[in-house]
Design a protein around this ligand. Structure first.
Ligand code: ZN
Length: 370
């Protein structure tokens, strides 16, 4: 709740309506908000529309001919309804060595810098995701900037894994890396799926080519040689697309590394999740033990699936699943929440909007419970 003290300090702030907020004049009243959630005010629509982050509350009230108290009441209402940004965060962009004179020396004014303008333009759509989280007051800028403090390893040799790598990089998760299971995996015909790989890439090492392209794909600038920054305290997350390696699973559990598991497709469906938080939520072994309890053929089913090998998903499924996973991972990075924590969804290729949700429980026979 906004206190009187906060209101007093608001006088000389220049708040702005969150991106996309509607301001409608309806007779004597003004409706301000989103289609699903709005507030009403008796002040003219022009007052709310003037909240653009460039002029202060005091100036808006003077120009509109209303009292400062009326102005601050509206601002308080908007703030409580999470419709207002009241602070600003400036993204600092790391500069890498360049022989170009305008790039090699950097001053604090980025306004005429082409790369900075391009970054601002590319960030704008990302902000429409982060600004609408509760209690975000800076337009979502800090959350996007903080995505650089997260290190995501995407494990898998599939369309979903390759697309996910590109989506996360382009969404600001600069420390994303792709591990295609076999380090020498090469790009093949099936990788042509409307993503960032092209026919001219066929035959090249997938890992090497993906790393080369990362500088083009990444939202934030990357150095020419993108080496893992061991000295930074990055939050590490793993996304494993396909059957996880038991040794790696054990390592993630003992390291406390959050890991999201996406199973190999089964006929025309695919299981997504859970996102395992070691020691806090059911692990992969819990799920396997529960499956064996429920179906005594499960062990045979699992063996047959391993023997048959994984099939590749259709292009449309690959994009849908990669996008869905990316949204969940980004939300987890941004605010620590995800619908896939302790849950999984089964998606049929034929009814992708009708997800079958499964809530998992810790298995009493699993060691992670102790
Ligand atoms: Zn367990």
């Amino acid at each position: 709740m906004t206190t009187h003290t906060q209101l007093e300090t608001m006088e000389d702030l220049a708040p702005r309506l969150k991106v996309g907020t509607l301001v409608l004049s309806q007779g004597e009243r003004t409706v301000i908000g989103r289609i699903d959630h709005a507030i009403e005010s008796n002040l003219p629509a022009s007052v709310a529309s003037a909240l653009n982050g460039k002029i202060t509350c005091r100036q808006v009230s003077q120009r509109a001919g209303i009292t400062l108290d009326e102005m601050l009441r509206l601002v308080s209402q908007l703030d409580t309804a999470n419709l207002l940004d009241t602070t600003s965060t400036k993204i600092t962009v790391e500069r890498f060595h360049s022989s170009h004179p305008s790039r090699s020396s950097h001053n604090n004014d980025d306004s005429n810098d082409g790369a900075y303008k391009q970054l601002q333009s590319r960030i704008a759509p990302e902000l429409t995701f982060t600004t609408w989280f509760d209690n975000v007051k800076d337009g979502g800028v800090e959350l996007i900037a903080n995505r650089r403090n997260c290190d995501v390893t995407v494990i898998g040799r599939s369309r979903v894994a390759t697309l996910l790598y590109g989506i996360l990089l382009a969404s600001g998760v600069s420390e994303t890396n792709l591990q295609p299971l076999r380090g020498n995996a090469t790009i093949n015909d099936q990788d042509m799926c409307g993503g960032y790989l092209h026919a001219s890439d066929i035959g090249l090492s997938l890992k090497t080519r993906a790393e080369e392209l990362s500088r083009e794909i990444s939202l934030f600038p990357l150095p020419a040689t993108h080496e893992k920054k061991e000295n930074r305290s990055l939050q590490h997350i793993v996304v494993c697309v396909g059957a996880p390696d038991p040794d790696q699973l054990q390592k993630w559990m003992s390291d406390g590394t959050p890991h999201l598991l996406i199973e190999d497709p089964e006929c025309a469906s695919i299981n997504i999740g859970p996102l395992v938080l070691p020691g806090k939520t059911p692990c992969w072994r819990c799920i396997c033990l529960a499956r064996e309890d429920q179906n005594n053929s499960w062990h045979d089913i699992a063996l047959q699936r391993i023997a048959a090998g994984a099939s590749e998903v259709p292009v449309s499924v690959a994009h849908h699943v990669a996008g869905l996973i990316a949204l969940e991972i980004l939300r987890f990075i941004d605010i620590g929440k995800s619908e896939l924590i302790g849950n999984s969804v089964r998606m049929s290729y034929h009814t992708p909007l009708d997800l079958e949700h499964r809530l998992h429980a810790r298995h009493p026979a699993c060691g992670c419970n102790w």
